[in-house]
Structure formats: C-alpha cells, structure tokens
Design a protein around this ligand. Structure first.
Ligand code: KG4
Ligand code: ZN
Length: 350
C-alpha cells in the first residue's frame, strides 16, 4: 500500500511516500527556520505563505524520489489537526485537490498521534535486532505515549496507534518552548533545543538546583514556566533585568544549559513513571522534536530498564516534524475504514 503524506501544521512543509505504513520511500522536509529565526519564534502568517509557495514542489519532489506517480498511490493523507489554522488549511486544501484529481481516498491524520507512530518508521527492509535480546519490534498495548515538541507536552494512554486518550498536558509552556526560551536567555541560536543539547555536554548538570515542578502527587500534567523563570532570574538577576547572559563565562553558560536540561528530563521521566504505574502500560513510546534530545533519550531508556518496559523512540530524523509519520499512521487508519471526504476541515486544537 502506497500513501502520500502531507504535513503543514507549523513551520515545516513536508511530503513523503510510505509503503505499507512502515517503509519510507521518500521524506522531503523544507524547514522555514531561516524565515522565523529573527523573530525568535514562528510567525503564523509568514508560515502559511511559505507553505503555499513550497508545498507543490515538495510534493513533486517526494513522488519523484519515491519513483511513484500520483495514479499509483492508494491514498492521500494529510495532517488536519492540531496546528496553526492558516498552515493547516494549505495542506488540507492541497490534499483534497489531489484526492479529487486522482480519485484516491483522503485520510485525515492527527499530527500529535503521528509523532507517536513515527517510532515505527524505517528506511530499509525490516529493522535489524540491535542485541541478542532486542525486545519486541513493535509496541505492546496499552502503552504510555509522551509527545514533547515546540507545541506539545502531553501524555497519552495508547490502546492502539489510532486509539489514544490524553491523560496529561502542560498548564503553560510546552517543553520545547522552554528549551527555546532558555536558549534565548543564554543568547544561543533558534531553535534552541539542539543548541542547549550541544552546550549541555560541556556543563555540570548538578551545578544549579533549578526547581523540579511535579504538581500534585498523582498529576500527569506539566508546568515548565517556573523552571524557565528560575533560569531567567539566575542568568539575568532579580526580576530578570539586572544583567544578561554576556556576564556569564562559557563554563557558567554550559552549567546553566546542563542543569536546566537535567531538570526538564527529570520532570518528563517522573511523569512517565507515574503514567506507566497508573495505566499499567506495557511499553513506553516517546515522540516529538524534543525526543531528539540526547539526555532525555538516555534518561527514558534508563527508565525503561528500571521499569522493565521496552522503550520506543523514533530515529532522530523522524523526531521533528515530517510527513512520513503522517503517511505511516494513515495506513492503519485506511485499513480500518477511517476515510475522510472532501468536506474535511482543518482543526487548530484537539
Ligand atoms: O516536533 P517539532 O519539530 O515541532 C512541533 O510540533 O512543535 O519540535 C520542535 C521543537 C523545538 O522547540 C526544538 O527546540 C525542539 O523541538 N528540539 C529539541 C532538540 N531538537 C529539537 N529540544 C531539545 N533537544 C534537542 N536535541
Ligand atoms: Zn510536531
């Protein structure tokens, strides 16, 4: 089964062709980072205009790279929720037009659920076992799923990839947003996550005791704004206005990055531990841009060993936004008859 996936929920214009829900034949991602960098965040109008300009060539490139023509496809899949409404509309309109022109089924995919599914994507033939005891190659359900990105920090009870229920979310910033804001406080580049990750390698993660906010004892929700403010006050002084990051030595900056990253990872891991216990999960699935973070990957793997649960984290290139995860998840949706029609709407929040 060959599915074309289209992703335009935020600031990446992407198209991909995936075979049988797992094998990525092509995955083209055009990042808009350069357009938004000078604003320190995504500007919705600029993002939708850029999708409009680049989506058509990106789709053509994805089909050409996969050596597939439109009529050979079995379906067109699009991320129709959640995201920036102007951005979503570009992808949804394009997908409808192609589905109509080629008389193909249209499949609506939830972007956040697709982040969890991305753990199943592979480029070659079947995934090779990494060790004599590789554990299961696909997740066992029920699972606990954690999606951590610039727009989301949520925990899900996953009964199947197309049957998920949100059981925890952030009360304020998403964890990726906190990484980006802490990077801005440290006067690093945008997006900040990869910069913090790299700088933290030179730092002492125990140098500074930033607060670990876990909310109520059984809560699966997150709050990252207190941590972000604590970093601001530590770097810029009282009320965040006395000095700035230029007064720190390179070592002090690295210590801030490492200490912040340790606390963010500690919060995420503790919530996963709670959710696994509360929902008797058989495995852990983590996805989204922040799952590319080296410290978080290490800590989640360690948690899996502690709880004796297999851990599924996508390959690095499928952690951040891409269309392969959209085309991939569309396969089980299509197989269970979840097909949309040309009245499909873009939905900003779900
Ligand atoms: O999933 P994604 O591409 O887009 C959204 O759906 O939001 O995630 C982007 C987020 C950004 O906040 C970026 O700073 C963060 O993922 N990110 C990282 C790393 N790589 C990307 N955060 C921490 N460490 C990383 N290595
Ligand atoms: Zn995303």
């Amino acid at each position: 089964m060959l599915i074309l996936g289209i992703e335009t929920t935020c600031d990446e214009t992407a198209a991909a062709v995936v075979q049988d829900g797992r094998t990525v034949l092509s995955s083209v991602v055009a990042s808009q980072i350069d357009l938004h960098a000078k604003f320190g965040g995504v500007v919705p109008e600029i993002a939708s205009r850029a999708h409009l300009e680049s989506l058509h060539p990106i789709i053509s490139e994805a089909l050409a790279a996969a050596q597939v023509t439109g009529p050979q496809l079995d379906a067109i899949a699009v991320a129709n929720a959640p995201g920036l409404i102007g951005c979503l509309l570009i992808g949804v309109s394009a997908a409808k037009a192609l589905a109509f022109a080629w008389s193909k089924p249209l499949v609506a995919v939830n972007h956040v659920q697709a982040h969890l599914y991305s753990t199943l994507l592979e480029e070659g033939p079947a995934r090779k076992p990494l060790s004599p005891d590789p554990g299961p190659l696909t997740p066992l359900f029920p699972a606990v799923g954690l999606v951590i990105s610039g727009g989301h920090s949520s925990i899900y009870h996953v009964r199947a990839f197309d049957d998920v229920q949100r059981i925890g979310h952030t009360h304020d910033d998403a964890v990726g947003e906190a990484f980006d804001k802490v990077a801005a406080i440290l006067q690093l580049g945008y997006p900040g996550g990869p910069e913090i990750d790299a700088l933290a390698r030179q730092g002492n993660e125990n140098a500074i005791d930033f607060p670990i906010s876990l909310l109520e004892r059984d809560s699966l929700d997150f709050s990252f704004s207190g941590l972000k403010t604590a970093v601001l006050y530590h770097v810029n002084g009282k009320k965040g206005r006395e000095r700035d990051a230029s007064s720190l030595s390179p070592q002090q900056k690295a210590d801030v990055a490492a200490s912040f990253q340790r606390v963010a990872a500690t919060i995420l891991v503790e919530k996963l531990r709670r959710a696994t216990r509360q929902y008797e999960a058989r495995c852990l699935i983590v996805g989204g841009g922040v799952s590319a973070n080296s410290a978080i990957r290490t800590r989640v793997q360690a948690l899996g060993r502690e709880l004796r649960r297999p851990v599924f984290i996508p390959p690095m290139k499928y952690c951040t936004d891409n269309a392969a995860m959209i085309a991939g998840l569309a396969c089980p949706l299509l197989q269970s008859g979840k097909v949309a029609d040309l009245t499909l709407e873009a939905v900003a929040t779900t």
